[in-house]
Design a protein. Structure first.
Length: 401
């Protein structure tokens, strides 16, 4: 006969096994002290097994580069910042952390920002270190908090909102700077809230010398071919239309012209906005762009249909959009940066309407430099811009926040 004590032990072991299988169905690896801390503190942002998770921000951002400095450079130039603007940031990050996302102020490093106590932690030395947890959650960023890509996503989100120094709409002001000393000082003062520039300018100059002739591909927001993530998170990057567009469109061309041919990530992002019954317009250029704007959270008021309405909206909101001029599409205008929008709308003499809109991505590994949809022609996918034959005047637009 089994004793009551033994039954209790079996019950406890069964309960423990049940909970373990729910929390960690894909691994039996031992938990580290950092993992245990994350569980005890209900830290959703601290992904124990990030390779099998999906989130509103697309999980941990994938970076290109051979080391942390090159990855940081590629990230910010991939976002559309100029070499000078990126170098200004690099100068501060080298001074603050040496590009180590786990460094603790005064020495040491840890995956847990709370380990810094009242001191600084991470790339920009958030102080106290633990406050970065709430910042990440506020932006919907759920990748591993100690990861370089996650912290770059947090910095980028803060640049477009309110910086740690309390500066509002930092990004729109920073993108107007074209002097290295001014960029370094502006980031130091209005993002870092550091009173002394110190060696940051020299660090910025070093970065510009080392990387200034290169522009990175930035980040990728998950493979659109995998279709592994359910919901809208698979290819959506919060606060970023460039990476969201890349995450939702096919990375090359020739994938068909009906909704069923689109990437699973695009369908997952499209349907909550338009409904799963939208099987006629879902491949349209206007619908694709609006899906990107809405799902990324960049502009939830962006018109859902018609390039004419979208262009009118852009023109009516100079606080959100900067009009750079026009392009005939026969060559790449030097003002264009990755993430810029191009819109064409024209009423013909016979009353028919021509219109198109797309997102310029810059050169991608696949050899393409734009993504767009085209109603009845092709699903959202990569294409070539500047190769001639467009026969239209496009308005070039940059998102300011």
């Amino acid at each position: 006969m089994i004793s009551q004590t033994f039954r209790r032990i079996l019950r406890i072991l069964s309960y423990y096994l049940f909970i373990t299988l729910i929390l960690f169905p894909y691994s039996v690896a031992a938990l580290s002290s950092d993992d245990i801390h994350a569980i005890q503190n209900d830290s959703v942002w601290h992904k124990i097994y990030p390779e099998i998770t999906c989130s509103a921000s697309g999980g941990s951002t994938s970076l290109s580069g051979s080391d942390n400095p090159s990855k940081v450079w590629n990230y910010f130039t991939g976002k559309g910042l100029t070499a000078i603007q990126t170098a200004g940031i690099m100068g501060s990050l080298q001074q603050e952390s040496g590009f180590d996302p786990q460094i603790i102020q005064g020495g040491g490093e840890s995956k847990d920002p709370n380990a810094a106590g009242s001191g600084g932690w991470g790339l920009v030395q958030w102080t106290p270190g633990g406050k970065v947890i709430g910042i990440a959650q506020g932006f919907g960023i759920t990748g591993p908090i100690y990861d370089l890509g996650t912290q770059l996503d947090i910095i980028w989100a803060e640049m477009g909102s309110s910086t740690p120094a309390g500066y509002q709409n930092f990004l729109s002001a920073y993108q107007q700077i074209n002097d290295l000393a001014e960029a370094t000082n502006f980031f130091t003062t209005n993002f870092e809230a550091a009173g002394i520039v110190g060696p940051r300018l020299q660090f910025a100059q070093d970065a510009l010398t080392q990387f200034g002739s290169t522009t990175g591909s930035g980040t990728t927001a998950g493979s659109p071919t995998a279709g592994a993530c359910s919901g809208a998170g698979g290819g959506v990057v919060a606060g970023n239309i460039l990476n969201t567009a890349l995450g939702l469109a096919w990375p090359d061309s020739g994938h068909g012209n009906v909704c069923a041919d689109a990437t699973p990530a695009y369908i997952a992002a499209h349907d909550p906005i338009y409904g799963s019954g939208d099987i006629t317009n879902c491949t349209g250029c206007d619908v694709f762009l609006s899906t990107v704007m809405h799902s990324s959270g960049v502009d939830p008021n962006y018109p859902l249909f018609q390039t004419s309405e979208q262009l009118k909206y852009i023109q009516a909101h100079p606080e959100k959009y900067q009009i750079l001029g026009t392009s005939d599409g026969n060559s790449i205008d030097p003002k264009l940066q990755p993430g810029d929008i191009l819109v064409y709308y024209h009423v013909n003499p016979d009353g028919s309407i021509d219109g198109h809109t797309l997102i310029y991505t810059g050169d991608q590994p696949s050899g393409f430099n734009m993504v767009d949809g085209s109603n009845t022609q092709h699903v959202p996918e990569a294409n070539h811009w500047g190769s001639g034959g467009w026969n239209a005047t496009y308005t070039m637009v940059r998102v300011l926040n």
